[in-house]
Design a protein. Structure first.
Length: 328
């Protein structure tokens, strides 16, 4: 069986679209859908229940109360899955290829060394209703030794090396990693669930890739990773970087690429603290720099000097505002 995890929170307008895209799948393996409804404050649960009533043999709802958060919601769903193979589709994204699962499971059935299959995908602009293929900088082979991908997965920034919502992976592989290091998967201070799964699958075997576009990934709306709140964005970047550092230590990844990544991340935090005009965030930078053994760059030191004096800081913010107005 294939189990599809749908983790959702406050996605009343899009969750039906997500479920429809899973239900349209044409696959020789039976499919179940496990919905982690994380105590939404809108009508998401009601929509999910209406689908469960229509498809009682396929859909199960784990209705959380109180809210569990991203990681516990996802991994509680994973533990509840009955399938040999696991896919997931977030409650604001949707699959566009009815043969997505069929193509992926056929690869995995033919080669037991393949631990995960992933595909190409689109950005989907919710405001414009337009899809644009993601032009990722990575050139995948049909099959790769997963260990060759570890550095790239751990140090990803703008683009996910493996978009988990395009993927199908073996449950037993991830559960073995989960049992060996539950902290990696459950520590709430890591802030996400996809890097853990991608790294565990890559470390354990072969990663297969299909160039077919199977997913529309929803953008241009507020989410955990896409927010205009600088303090929230600071926390998101800090959590994901802490996870990357943990993974780098776990898999013994330390090279020029990882050094550049941690330098970039500590500078990104400095800029979020600057734009938030938050002294506490600014003062915590040295702690994170030590934890990640991050080398600081000249731009970081400039920001650090500017934020050391409130007059300079306010002047810097004013100058930034004027520059942005001029660009507009």
């Amino acid at each position: 069986m294939i189990s599809v995890i749908v983790a959702t929170y406050n996605q009343e307008k899009t969750i039906g679209r997500t479920l429809d895209s899973i239900l349209m799948q044409q696959c020789h393996q039976p499919i179940e859908i496990v919905i982690g409804e994380d105590c939404s404050t809108d009508g998401t649960l009601a929509v999910c229940q209406s689908y469960a009533e229509r498809y009682p043999q396929q859909i199960r709802i784990l209705a959380n109360n109180p809210n569990k958060g991203t990681q516990d919601n996802y991994f509680d769903c994973l533990l509840a899955c009955k399938g040999t193979y696991i896919a997931d589709c977030a409650g604001d994204d949707f699959w566009i290829d009815p043969l997505k699962l069929e193509k992926e499971v056929s690869i995995m059935e033919a080669d037991e060394q393949v631990t995960l299959v992933h595909t190409a995908w689109n950005y989907y602009d919710e405001e414009k209703g337009e899809a644009t293929k993601a032009d990722t900088p990575y050139h995948f082979k049909p099959k790769m030794n997963g260990k060759e991908l570890l550095t790239d997965i751990i140090t990803q920034t703008r683009y996910p090396v493996i978009h988990l919502c395009t993927s199908l992976y073996r449950k037993d592989v991830i559960m073995k990693a989960y049992q060996e290091d539950t902290f990696l998967f459950r520590n709430k201070d890591f802030g996400c669930e996809d890097l853990q799964v991608a790294c565990a699958a890559a470390h354990a075997g072969t990663i297969a890739y299909l160039p077919d576009v199977t997913l529309n990934y929803s953008v241009n709306h507020a989410s955990v990773s896409n927010t205009q709140d600088e303090e929230k964005q600071f926390e998101f970047v800090r959590k994901v970087t802490s996870l990357s550092h943990y993974l780098a230590e776990k898999y013994h990844i330390r090279n020029k690429v990882s050094d550049k990544y941690f330098s970039y991340r500590i500078f990104a935090l400095a800029m979020h603290a600057f734009r938030a005009h938050n002294k506490t965030l600014r003062n915590n930078l040295h702690q994170y720099k030590r934890q990640w053994n991050a080398k600081t760059t000249f731009p970081f030191h400039v920001v650090h000097i500017v934020t050391s004096n409130d007059i300079l800081w306010k002047g810097g913010l004013l100058f930034r505002t004027l520059v942005l107005k001029f660009k507009k």
